[in-house]
Each structure stands twice: as C-alpha cells, then as structure tokens.
Design a protein. Structure first.
Length: 119
C-alpha cells in the first residue's frame, strides 16, 4: 500500500511530499509488524530528506519522538511524528483513531521494553 508523507525539516520554510510503500495491507488489517514498518518508513523518509546520502536500511529505533494519531478533516486519520530534526505526517488512513493509537502505543512500548539503556 502506497501512501503520502509530508515532511517538514526544522529550519526550512516549506514542506515536501513523498510516497512510501512500507506495507502491503490496508490500515484496518495492519499487524503490529506493519505498524513498525510504517513508523520506520516515516522516520526513514524524514532522514532521507535531511541526509539523502544516508544508507536506506539504516537501523531505526522507535523512541526519541513525539507521536499522535489525529482525525483528518476529509475523513480518516493521520499519523504525525515530531523529532528535533523535523516532522513527518502520513495519511489519511481509513482506520479508527483509537485502534491505531493503541497499536502504535503497543509497538513503541514493546520496543522500549527490549532496548537496553546505558547511562
């Protein structure tokens, strides 16, 4: 499934749009693995916008950013991620806001539980 992501880099006065296709299923059928792939695809698109020479399969950690699932005025919901680098918004997706929010919270929490922090 291909969808658009709008990318805004901090310090720029304009946004760009890119199409990505990290999963094959429609949003209502997304698995936790699909949600991970969507979030990683969004983060990689933001990274490519700032660093086009970056390795496309560079490891991604689902931490260090704010996220929200919001209703879209024309229907569906969007996923918005914000980092110090900038922001990326994907969608709209035809899925219930509460379902997608719960799934994103679950996959981010699962990754956080398996990550070792060294202080």
């Amino acid at each position: 499934m291909e969808f658009k992501v709008d990318i805004w880099l901090r310090g720029d006065n304009h946004a760009t749009t890119e199409a990505i296709a990290p999963v094959s299923r429609e949003p209502r059928a997304w698995t936790d693995a699909d949600v991970v792939a969507v979030l990683e695809g969004m983060l990689r698109a933001l990274e490519r916008a700032r660093h086009p020479e970056a390795t496309p399969d560079r490891p991604v950690a689902l931490r260090g950013f704010s996220w929200i699932v919001s209703p879209f005025e024309a229907g569906g919901v969007v996923i918005a991620l914000e980092l110090t680098l900038g922001a990326v918004i994907a969608g709209p997706f035809d899925v219930a806001e509460s379902d997608l929010s719960a799934r994103i919270g679950r996959v981010i929490g699962a990754q956080r539980a398996t990550t070792t922090t060294v202080h």
